[in-house]
Design a protein around this ligand. Structure first.
Ligand SMILES: NC(=O)c1ccc[n+]([C@@H]2O[C@H](COP(=O)([O-])OP(=O)(O)OC[C@H]3O[C@@H](n4cnc5c(N)ncnc54)[C@H](O)[C@@H]3O)[C@@H](O)[C@H]2O)c1
Ligand SMILES: [Zn+2]
Ligand SMILES: [Zn+2]
Length: 391
């Protein structure tokens, strides 16, 4: 089959790889209808997650059709149209029983890597390096889905592929951000980052009844897009005084919940940017946390900061003093897909959650490397590039 492969840092190619096969009775093989780029893939592309091997198939957000099932899959039949959680979970361990699916104890086939780095291994993620289980990804004609009864969900007829696609990961991540922040009626939420994840966090905050939602980025197309689809205000931090605007909105207190949806390649202010980038490139720190710093700084006393952006390990200039003295709660996680996907599909079927506009550029899988270049450099208004392996 054809698949988009990571060859080396900033080097992707479409090549021919063996078709996946059922390896375990709880597996399904899915023919991919649509698969989409994610900000997380940019961290792999740039080499900031150093557990890739040349030839690995990337991609973890997709919708498709089941073409083959292992003997123990009960909830699915061949022909089902499904959206699949990017994170793989067994459904049976202590973490899965507590709906902390991305922390599954059985889904990461290489736990030693992250046990050494972090003290314990999270679960696995499709197409997301050997540190996350070494699974082949979804930028391919077919993908093997382990624990299919847990991670794959039938898409209701009312929801087309273009909308369902985002339930895999970005919509679920955004929803988790609002849930970890306990966003509800009366809450003021600020979201850093207007990529698909930040836009979905803003949509989730609005759907959960937040009083004000403010999205902060420096790309006007993205801010215009989120304002078109979500009841929110936006700030361009290159132009606007973000601190003053947030205080104005909250009687001088600051947002109750600050959601960071930018990740380890954040841009900072001029001096911060130089220091962080040099250290990042020399591997003196593994992460550039500019947006986390902002979220902590602007959050109201006693508020909650939620880190949705992906970070690898160590960071400098972390504002621990602000965190401690302002009594903040800091939360974060890889998304617990199976906990949120059924609800998101209901919201999508009712038309309450719209996502298809995020897939700004739709192209054949063969154009994957160009799609990634456009997405990485945010060219031509690209928010996400969607690949069609069947065309
Ligand atoms: N927790 C999870 O399970 C999960 C799931 C999916 C993605 N992610 C992570 O979420 C992050 C965002 O993903 P995405 O697909 O939306 O990425 P993206 O690259 O499309 O968007 C990131 C946005 O952040 C903006 N940005 C950069 N520096 C900023 C700053 N200092 N302040 C405000 N905005 C800034 C960029 O302009 C860009 O619009 C990534 O780190 C990704 O790895 C996490
Ligand atoms: Zn993703
Ligand atoms: Zn589990």
């Amino acid at each position: 089959m054809r698949a988009l492969q990571w060859i080396g840092v900033n080097h992707l190619e479409v090549g021919t790889v063996p078709d996946p096969v059922i390896e375990h009775p709880q597996d399904a093989i899915v023919r991919v209808h649509r698969t989409v780029t994610c900000g997380s893939d940019l961290h792999l592309l740039a080499g900031y997650i150093p557990f890739m091997r040349s030839g690995d198939v990337i991609g973890h957000e997709f919708v498709g059709e089941i073409v083959e099932l292992g003997g123990e899959v009960r909830r699915h039949a061949v022909g089902d149209r499904v959206v699949v959680s990017s994170f793989v979970a067994c459904g049976r361990c202590w973490y899965c029983a507590h709906e902390l699916y991305s922390l599954c104890d059985n889904a990461n086939r290489n736990p030693a890597i992250t046990e050494n780095l972090w003290g314990a291994a999270p679960g696995g993620c499709l197409g997301y390096s050997h540190a996350m289980g070494g699974y082949a990804g979804s930028h391919a004609q077919y993908v093997r889905v382990p624990f299919a009864d847990v991670g794959a969900f039938r898409v209701p007829d009312e929801v087309d592929d273009a909308r369902a696609l985002f339930a895999s990961d970005s919509a679920a991540t955004g929803w988790m951000g609002a849930q970890l922040g306990e966003v509800g009626p009366g809450t003021t939420v600020a979201v850093w980052g207007a990529g698909a994840v930040g836009q979905m966090a803003a949509a989730a905050a609005d759907l959960r009844g937040a009083e004000h939602v403010v999205v902060i980025d420096r790309i006007d197309d993205r801010l215009d897009m989120v304002r078109t689809h979500v009841r929110c205000e936006t700030l361009n931090d290159r132009r606007d005084d973000v601190g003053a605007a947030l205080l104005e909105l909250t009687a001088g207190r600051g947002p109750d919940v600050c959601i960071e949806a930018v990740g380890m390649e954040a841009s900072g202010g001029p001096v911060e940017n130089v220091v962080d980038r040099v250290k990042h490139q020399l591997r003196l720190q593994t992460d550039r946390p500019a947006a986390v710093r902002r979220a902590i700084y602007h959050c109201r006393k006693g508020g909650t900061v939620v880190v949705l952006g992906v970070f690898a390990a160590l960071t400098d200039a972390f504002p621990l003093g602000a965190l401690m003295n302002k009594g903040l709660t800091l939360r974060g996680a890889q998304m617990h897909g199976p906990r949120y996907i059924p609800h998101l599909l209901d919201l999508m079927a009712r038309g309450d959650l719209v996502t298809e506009h995020l897939g700004t550029h739709v192209m054949p899988l063969e154009e994957g490397p160009e799609g990634y270049a456009m997405f990485k450099h945010k060219r031509d208004g690209c928010v996400r590039a969607v690949f069609l392996p069947e065309s």
